[in-house]
Design a protein around this ligand. Structure first.
Ligand SMILES: O=c1[nH]c(=O)c2[nH]c(=O)[nH]c2[nH]1
Length: 293
C-alpha cells in the first residue's frame, strides 16, 4: 500500500477588515471577512516539514491589510483578484490561489430624515460574497449572497406528493413559504461591472421568489436560477441552497378556535433543504471554480 498526499490548500481564514474612506466629512465603510487559500508545490512541508515554500498564513493576513491601505479596496471581486494574483505572482511554488470575501452591509443612520455622515447601523444578516480563483494564469469568479431571508404569506402550494405508511404531512394549497437564500453564481470572464451585476441578480432572485406561484420550493429554486441566466449573459451557472423554513399551522381546536391560516409555529429545526444548480447548456468548463471550497 502506498500513501500519497492528495489535494491540499492552506491560508488564513476569516481575516476581519474594516476600512474607512473619507470623502470630506462623509465617511464610506467597507466591512469584509477575507479568507486566503494557496495551492501549488506544497509536498515538502507536508512530507518533511520543509517550509521553504510556505508563505506564512500570518504574512497572507498582513498582505490583506497592506493592500487595503495601498489602494482603495473597491469591489470585493477586484480586491480578491488583486490579492490572488499577488500571491501567485510572487511565490514561485504557488500556482493557484483562492480568495474568498464576505461583505457585511452597513446603512447610514437617518438623523432628522438625513443619512448621517459617519454613523451606521448593521444592515442585517445578509452578506455579499465572492470566491476568486487564480489557477495556471486563469481567473474564475464565483459571487453570491448569504443569509437573505425571504417569506411569502401566500402563493405557495405543496400537494400531490406520494403517501406511504410514514406520511403524515397534510396537503396544502395555501401555505407560508420562507427561506434563507444562499446563492452562488459563476461568471464567465472578469470584464463585469461587479456592483451592478450583483444588484441586478439580487433583484431578479427577489422578484422571482415574490412573483412565481410556487408548487414546490424546488420549482421556485429553478425559476430563480433561470431568471438570472435569462437576464444576465455574464453568468454561466447559478447554485442555490434554500432551507425550507417551515411555518406550521397551530392546532387551535383544543381552545374551540378555528385556525384559518392565520396562526403559525415557526419551526427552527429540522428544516427541508432544497439545493440545485441551474446552468446554460453551452457554459464553458468551470475549471477549478468550485473545487476545494
Ligand atoms: O416545497 C417543498 N418541497 C418538498 O420537497 C417538501 N417536503 C416537505 O415535507 N415539504 C416540502 N415542501
Amino acid at each position: 500500500m502506498a500513501i500519497t498526499l492528495g489535494p491540499n490548500q492552506y491560508g488564513k481564514a476569516e481575516v476581519r477588515l474594516v476600512t474607512v474612506r473619507r470623502d470630506g466629512p462623509v465617511h464610506h465603510l467597507k466591512d469584509l471577512t477575507v479568507s486566503t487559500s494557496l495551492r501549488g508545490e506544497l509536498a515538502a512541508t507536508h512530507l518533511t516539514g520543509d517550509n521553504a515554500g510556505v508563505l506564512a498564513t500570518d504574512t497572507q493576513k498582513n498582505t490583506v491589510y497592506a493592500f487595503a491601505k495601498e489602494a482603495p479596496v473597491g469591489e470585493i471581486e477586484d480586491f480578491g483578484l488583486r490579492l490572488a494574483r499577488h500571491f501567485v505572482g510572487t511565490q514561485e511554488n504557488i500556482t493557484g490561489a483562492r480568495v474568498k470575501i464576505d461583505e457585511h452591509g452597513w446603512n447610514r443612520i437617518p438623523v432628522a430624515g438625513e443619512p448621517h455622515d459617519h454613523a451606521f447601523s448593521r444592515a442585517g444578516d445578509e452578506r455579499r460574497t465572492t470566491a476568486v480563483t487564480i489557477q495556471d494564469g486563469r481567473a474564475w469568479v464565483v459571487s453570491g449572497i448569504d443569509g437573505l431571508t425571504l417569506l411569502k404569506s401566500t402563493g405557495s402550494e405543496f400537494h400531490s406528493f406520494p403517501r406511504d405508511q410514514y406520511t403524515t404531512l397534510a396537503e396544502t394549497e395555501d401555505r407560508i413559504l420562507a427561506t434563507a437564500v444562499t446563492a452562488r453564481w459563476r461568471y464567465q470572464g472578469e470584464d463585469v461591472g461587479w456592483a451592478e451585476s450583483h444588484a441586478e441578480i439580487r433583484r431578479l432572485l427577489l422578484e422571482t421568489f415574490a412573483t412565481k406561484h410556487s408548487l414546490s420550493l424546488q420549482q421556485t429554486l429553478y425559476a430563480m436560477g433561470a431568471a438570472v441566466l435569462e437576464a444576465r449573459p455574464e453568468v454561466a451557472e447559478v447554485r442555490l441552497s434554500l432551507p425550507n423554513k417551515h411555518h406550521f399551522l397551530v392546532d387551535l381546536s383544543p381552545f374551540g378556535l378555528k385556525n384559518e391560516n392565520e396562526v403559525f409555529y415557526a419551526a427552527d429545526r429540522p428544516y427541508g433543504l432544497i439545493e440545485g444548480t441551474v446552468l446554460r447548456d453551452d457554459a464553458e468548463d468551470p475549471g477549478p471554480a468550485w473545487d476545494l471550497h
